[in-house]
Structure formats: structure tokens, C-alpha cells
Design a protein. Structure first.
Length: 495
């Protein structure tokens, strides 16, 4: 019993001992595990810190890049805006300022009075300007309920199409022209109506001028005429347009962005400067006589192409008259003077009408070429006298007309070949208009000398007459002139 008890005690001790060993082992294993866990934790913490540092470093670098990029963009935009502002200010400034001025002001023109054209006496007026007025409207300044009423009155008063006037009055523009060059009795009637209706803005009545020619057809191709804007279109009116036209005046009115008048600002008025007067060498009396007899001659002789007369003062070369037939009415220059063309006017094309009008306006005396006829023998005679080829105009028998003269193997006949002139002096040769005499003189003068005198006389260039449309003479080049051509020039043909 005792032995069993001791055995049990030993057995219990052994269990306790084993239990202690297991506890120690467990503690040892637990400590090792904790140690490993601590090492792993420290490694993990270290790795975490390393990764966090790397992430923070990357974030800082990225942030710096973003800041640098933003600064670069801001600098680029700032430089671009600075350049743009500088370009607008210094390069486009004047143009934009002018555009702003045009948008903020309403500019109505005042036509100057065109200069008067006098004949050589200074007493007879050939062209003058009378005072008229021009009607314009500012559609934005006419209230909606008045537009139809205004359009109706303007169309009735100035005999215009109502629909077209209403369209102008209803536009959203600053200014529209209704009627030009209106007589003052009409504009005065408009003023009375405006006062009765209480219309104080939107309708403008501005001073203007209208060209008037007191003598209608007199010197029509010389004087010329003006267009609807008082600009010279032909003749003296076109040639001296800058001197006659003067300087345009204007009325300035400030407007808002919509083009409506700013009521508390006054109009700025700049008066027009009238044109200069012109004194012609044309004598109205001589011009009238020349035109009268030219017309009679053309009608009596059925001259279908008309005719021209030029009268000059032989002492100083002044042009006293240039008569052309047919002529036209300067106060109605777009009405054709040809009865046949006038009858068919509506059926003619625009080109045909334009050509017909241009032909009527053309001053044929200076624009068209023509053969001078036997009058050119005077040039040959004067050249021969100047060069000493002929010493006297009255030496009897100096020349002899046999009815023809041989030139380069060709017989050139005298106009009176059937009964030759026989012996004659230079004066008699001119009186008889004897072709062989002047052909012979041309041969003695020679091409070079003959052309020298043609240049001295001015036949190879324009005269410089102060009229538009002057044409030059038609002559062969000097190098191409042979005996036959010189023969022709000597007594006028082929010039």
C-alpha cells in the first residue's frame, strides 16, 4: 500500500516535471515566435517607412513638376497676352481707333458748289451749279409706328416707289439715301409736314448742288458733263475735275452702339469748300456761229458721220471754237441724239446703248484720226523753203507739170493729168494743188529731213490740248519709209 503510494507520488512528480518541461518548452517556443514576430514587424515597419519615404519623395517630385508646368504655362500665356496687347495697341491701334470713330459717329456729307466755267470773255457762263438738297433717313431714329407714315410721305412727295422707300426706312442701318438733288420747294414742303407731324429726328435734309448748263447743246463735247455725285465725266468737267470739284464738307453726329443718335450731344458742322472757277479760250459767240453753219452744212450735204470745225487764233494758238455735229444736250446727256437709235432704244442691249452714248459724247475733232488732204502740201512747201531747196515762192517756171511724175518705176498722175499745169511757180503749184510738184520736192528733201520737220511741227506727238481722249497721228516708222511712202506723205495721202 505504501509502495503504491510512493509510486503514485513519483508518478505525480514525474508528471509535474514533464509538465514544467513542456511549459518551459512552450515558453521558449513562444519567446522565439515573439522574437521572430518582432524581427518581422521591425522589418515590415522598416519596409513600410522606406516605401512611405519613397512615395513621399515621388509625390514631392510630382508636385514640383506640376508647379513648374503651371508656372511655365502662366508665363507663356502672359507673354502671349502681352504681345497681343502690344500688337493691338501699336500696330492696329490707328485702324481700330478709326473703326471705333466710324461706329460712334454718323457722318453726312455736304457736297461743295462746283466751280463755274466761263468763256474767254469771262462774262458768259457755260456751266454753273445751283443749290438743291438731298434727303436721307436714319432708320434707327424713326420709331416703328411712324415708319409707314414716313415712307408714304417720302414716296408721294418725291414720286418714288413706296415699297422701296419703306424697305429703306425699315432697315437696321445708320443712314439711307432717299432722294438726291431735290429742288427746295419740295424740301420746304417736307419740312412743313415734319413740323406738323412732330417728327424731329430720323429725316435729314442736307444742302447739295446740281450742275446746270445755260446754253444746253453749246460746246457740248468741249464742256462735258457731271455725274450724280457732281464728278466730272467728260470734257473740261473731267479734265479739270480736281480744280472744279472743291472739298466735301460734313455733318457729324455722335451715336450709340445701335446707331441711335445721342440726344445730348450737338452736331459738328464742317462747311464744304467750293471749287475754283475756270476761264476757257473758247469764245461763246464764235462757237455758236461755227456750230450753226456746221449743222447746216452737214444736213445739206447729208454727212452721215457728222463734221467738225476747229477755229484758232493764229497769233497765239488759242482754241476759239471746236464745233462738232451732231451734238447733245448737256442738261440731259443720257438722251441719245440719233432718231433711229432713239426709236429702237428699248430693244438695244446694254452694250449697244453704252457704245451709242460714248460715240455721242466723243469729241471727234481730237479723238478721231483723218487724212489732212492737200492742206499737207503746205508742210512740204514750208520745209523746202526752210531748207533752201526753193528760194522763192514766185519764181516763174521753176516747176513744170507734165501730168505725171515717175516714182520708183511708177507713174503718179496729177489730178489734172488730162490737161497738165505746165510751167508754174511754187505759189502757183499750191494754188493748183499740183501733185507732181510736191512729190518732186519730197524726193529732194529726203526721208530723214522730212521726218525732222514732222517732229518739229508736232505731227508725231499729241498736241497736249487740255481735253481728254486726244489721239496721236498715224505715221510709219521712219526706218520703214521708202520712196513710195515719202511720195505719199509729200502730197497728203496715207497719213
Amino acid at each position: 500500500m505504501k509502495r503504491n503510494k510512493n509510486f503514485n507520488i513519483r508518478k505525480l512528480k514525474q508528471k509535474e516535471l514533464n509538465s514544467n518541461k513542456d511549459a518551459k518548452l512552450n515558453r521558449s517556443l513562444l519567446n522565439r515566435k515573439k522574437k521572430k514576430d518582432n524581427i518581422a514587424g521591425r522589418r515590415l515597419e522598416k519596409d513600410s517607412k522606406t516605401k512611405k519615404y519613397q512615395l513621399n519623395k515621388k509625390g514631392e517630385i510630382s508636385r514640383k513638376k506640376r508647379i513648374i508646368f503651371a508656372l511655365a504655362m502662366f508665363t507663356t500665356i502672359f507673354i502671349a497676352l502681352t504681345v497681343r496687347v502690344a500688337w493691338i495697341q501699336f500696330v492696329k491701334g490707328d485702324g481700330l481707333k478709326q473703326m471705333a470713330y466710324l461706329q460712334q459717329t454718323l457722318d453726312r456729307k455736304i457736297n461743295p458748289k462746283r466751280g463755274t466755267i466761263f468763256d474767254t470773255t469771262g462774262k458768259i457762263i457755260l456751266a454753273t451749279s445751283s443749290s438743291v438738297e438731298t434727303i436721307t433717313v436714319n432708320p434707327l431714329n424713326i420709331i416703328t409706328e411712324n415708319k409707314e407714315k414716313v415712307a408714304r410721305k417720302l414716296s408721294e412727295l418725291f414720286e418714288l416707289d413706296y415699297e422701296k422707300v419703306l424697305k429703306k426706312v425699315s432697315k437696321k442701318t445708320a443712314i439711307e439715301t432717299i432722294a438726291k438733288k431735290v429742288e427746295k420747294d419740295k424740301t420746304n414742303e417736307l419740312r412743313v409736314w415734319m413740323e406738323q407731324e412732330g417728327i424731329t429726328s430720323g429725316i435729314n435734309i442736307d444742302e447739295d448742288t446740281k450742275r446746270f448748263y445755260p446754253y444746253n447743246n453749246l460746246a457740248s463735247q468741249i464742256i462735258g458733263f457731271c455725274g450724280s455725285d457732281n464728278q466730272g465725266l467728260a470734257g473740261i468737267e473731267a479734265q479739270y475735275d480736281n480744280e472744279l470739284s472743291g472739298e466735301t464738307g460734313k455733318i457729324l453726329k455722335m451715336t450709340d452702339a445701335k446707331g441711335i443718335d445721342i440726344t445730348d450731344t450737338a452736331e459738328s458742322y464742317e462747311p464744304a469748300k467750293d471749287g475754283n472757277d475756270i476761264l476757257l479760250t473758247i469764245d461763246a459767240t464764235i462757237q455758236g456761229i461755227a456750230e450753226k453753219y456746221l449743222k447746216e452744212a452737214c444736213i445739206d450735204n447729208v454727212c452721215t458721220d457728222g463734221g467738225n470745225i476747229i477755229i484758232m487764233n493764229p497769233k497765239n494758238g488759242d482754241i476759239l471754237a471746236i464745233a462738232s455735229y451732231p451734238d447733245f444736250n448737256l442738261n440731259d446727256p443720257y438722251t441719245i441724239n440719233n432718231e433711229e437709235q432713239r426709236a429702237n432704244w428699248d430693244s438695244m442691249s446694254a452694250t449697244e446703248r453704252s457704245n451709242a452714248l460714248q460715240a455721242m459724247w466723243r469729241n471727234k475733232a481730237i479723238s478721231d484720226t483723218y487724212e489732212p488732204g492737200s492742206t499737207f502740201k503746205l508742210v512740204t512747201a514750208s520745209t523746202a523753203l526752210e531748207e533752201g531747196i526753193v528760194e522763192s515762192t514766185d519764181k516763174e517756171g521753176e516747176f513744170c507739170c507734165t501730168g505725171y511724175i515717175d516714182v520708183a518705176g511708177t507713174k503718179m498722175k496729177c489730178w489734172r493729168y488730162y490737161r497738165p499745169h505746165g510751167p508754174e511757180s511754187l505759189r502757183q503749184a499750191l494754188m493748183n494743188s499740183c501733185n507732181p510738184v510736191f512729190i518732186g520736192l519730197g524726193q529732194k528733201i529726203g526721208v530723214t529731213k522730212y521726218y525732222e520737220y514732222l517732229r518739229k511741227y508736232g505731227f508725231l506727238r499729241k498736241t497736249g490740248i487740255d481735253l481728254p481722249g486726244e489721239a496721236t497721228g498715224i505715221f510709219l516708222n521712219e526706218k520703214k519709209v521708202g520712196p513710195v511712202e515719202l511720195r505719199n506723205y509729200s502730197f497728203w495721202t496715207k497719213i
